[in-house]
Ligand binder design. Structure first.
Ligand code: C2O
Ligand code: CU
Length: 482
């Protein structure tokens, strides 16, 4: 059965109340058709900031794609950017040929070409989509959120998609690729990034950012999130910055975190602030207990950081001065993997698994653009060969002076160890920050995805392009491909 459900939901998010159920929620078993067109645009999110960007359907971030779990989606992708691009469906388990990785799972969609992606989005949760063609189109705007609604989940009274992203200065991206950038670190006071810094550290890979956006605009131009007293509100938050970790707070509220990278936590966790690595997502809930106006903020020490804010207000409070958060994180209860999953007593013992792989994360010397796994850069990096059904353990040891958001395509893994300590409850994710200066982190997953070549890489775009990438390759075909 074919149905052209031309679903357009703005990047500013939707409220469940404002959205007639039939517009975004087709019946299960139906095919939801989307057409996604990537084009150059001029993006001017802040006074004095005008950049040549690329965007899906003229929107930056791209439109929120939304289906109910079980529905099939067919996305006709039209590349009108003038450069080779593709679309990767981040966090989805799908046929390998639909994964959208140029040079691995498909050829580039050429300028003025098109590609038909068709799959059944799985698992449910807050996923996203972005360019994966080895260029800079992702950093210049080709990304958006993909919500796969779980019909069995409790519905919020209002729901918003919140995308944090920052506008890079393009020249600094080139310098960062060579390891000679002089852009400053902008991590907030009291953050774990600041604590990991040593006096001798020189950060040649930092990108300079010209503007800090929420849903494609800067404060006070950001589109407010209207709520009502008594509502239970759900935010689906994505850090689409491609090099920096972001902290997020909502003034006057604690946040109940229910999902990490779209996957339900074993137990929800209440915190003051999120810490979101590149490409991570968190679903958080809060209750509106009284009338008011509060800022939801991306926290960093960049002097421009105040721009990364959006007002959450009740009816009649549109003009009120919103309550704000401090920019320091000292004494603030921040989400961590350890708090979410709990830490077991005693040392960590590796579980039995057929495949064990250890990667030392290295590189990043000042003046070098090399970022390595076991001393090698892509495509020379060691691959992980698996057979269908294998249990797989991947352990990282980070010898660099910064955290790395390590990501695996086509699978959901569980983090089972951090810095030598076992986690008590499962923490299912597709990106995980591996701590700087000797930090370790271990994934466990089953090779139960469709066979093929699944990338494993640092989601810091500078590091990925600098070589910090490998793949999980399913036998028997991997021998023929490699
Ligand atoms: Cu978000 Cu290789 O992907
Ligand atoms: Cu990295």
């Amino acid at each position: 059965m074919r149905r052209a459900a031309f679903v357009r939901v703005t990047a500013a998010g939707i409220t469940a109340a404002a959205l007639p159920p039939h517009t975004a929620r087709a019946q299960a078993n139906e095919i939801v058709d989307y057409v996604l067109t990537a084009r150059p645009i001029t993006f001017a999110p802040a006074p004095g900031v005008r950049v040549d960007a690329v965007a899906y359907d003229g929107m930056l971030p791209g439109p929120v794609l939304r289906v109910t779990h079980g529905q099939r989606v067919r996305v006709r992708y039209l590349n009108r950017t003038g450069e080779p691009t593709s679309v990767h469906w981040h966090g989805m388990i799908l046929p390998n040929a639909m994964d959208g990785v140029v040079g691995i799972t498909q050829p580039a969609v050429e300028p003025f070409g098109s590609f038909l992606y068709e799959f059944t989005p799985n698992p449910p949760g807050t996923r996203w989509y972005h360019d994966h063609a080895n260029g800079s189109a992702l950093m210049r705007g080709l990304f958006g959120v993909f919500v796969v609604e779980d019909p069995h989940e409790e519905r919020a009274d209002a729901e918003f998609v919140v995308v944090l992203h920052d506008v890079p200065q393009y020249r600094s991206m080139d310098a960062a690729m060579n390891g000679t950038s002089d852009a400053p670190m902008t991590d907030p006071l009291g953050s774990s990034e600041m604590r990991a810094m040593r006096p001798s550290d020189r950060m040649g890979d930092e990108v300079a950012y010209l503007a800090h956006c929420i849903n494609g605009a800067t404060y006070p131009k950001t589109a407010a999130l209207p709520v009502k007293v008594g509502q239970r509100v759900r935010l689906r938050i994505l850090n689409a910055n491609q090099t920096q970790t972001r902290y997020v707070r909502l003034a006057g509220h604690r946040l109940r975190v229910t999902h990490a990278d779209g996957n339900p936590l074993a137990q929800p966790l209440e915190v003051d602030a999120l810490r979101i690595g590149v490409a991570e997502r968190y679903d958080v809930w809060f209750e509106v207990l009284k009338p008011g106006a509060w800022l939801l903020q991306g926290i960093s020490s960049d002097p421009l950081a105040f721009e990364q804010a959006v007002v959450v207000h009740t009816q009649g409070m549109e003009q009120a001065t919103p309550e704000a958060c401090s920019e320091s994180l000292t004494g603030v209860d921040v989400f961590t993997y350890e708090k979410a999953a709990g830490v077991a007593d005693g040392p960590f013992v590796d579980p039995a698994a057929r495949v064990h792989k250890h990667f030392v994360i290295g590189g990043g010397e000042y003046g070098s653009g090399r970022w390595t796994l076991n001393g090698a850069t892509w495509p020379q990096t060691e691959k992980i060969a698996v057979h269908p059904g294998d249990g797989v353990i991947v352990r990282f040891t980070n010898k660099t002076d910064m955290d790395h958001p390590m990501h695996l395509h086509g699978h959901v893994f569980e983090i089972i160890e951090i810095d030598g300590r076992a986690l008590r409850r499962p923490l299912a994710k597709d990106v995980s920050l591996v701590r700087a200066n000797g930090g370790t982190l271990t994934w466990h997953f089953h090779a139960n995805s469709p066979p093929g070549r699944w990338l494993l890489h640092c989601h810091n775009q500078i590091h990925m392009m600098g070589g910090m990438m490998t793949e999980v390759t399913y036998a028997p075909s991997w021998k023929k491909i490699v």
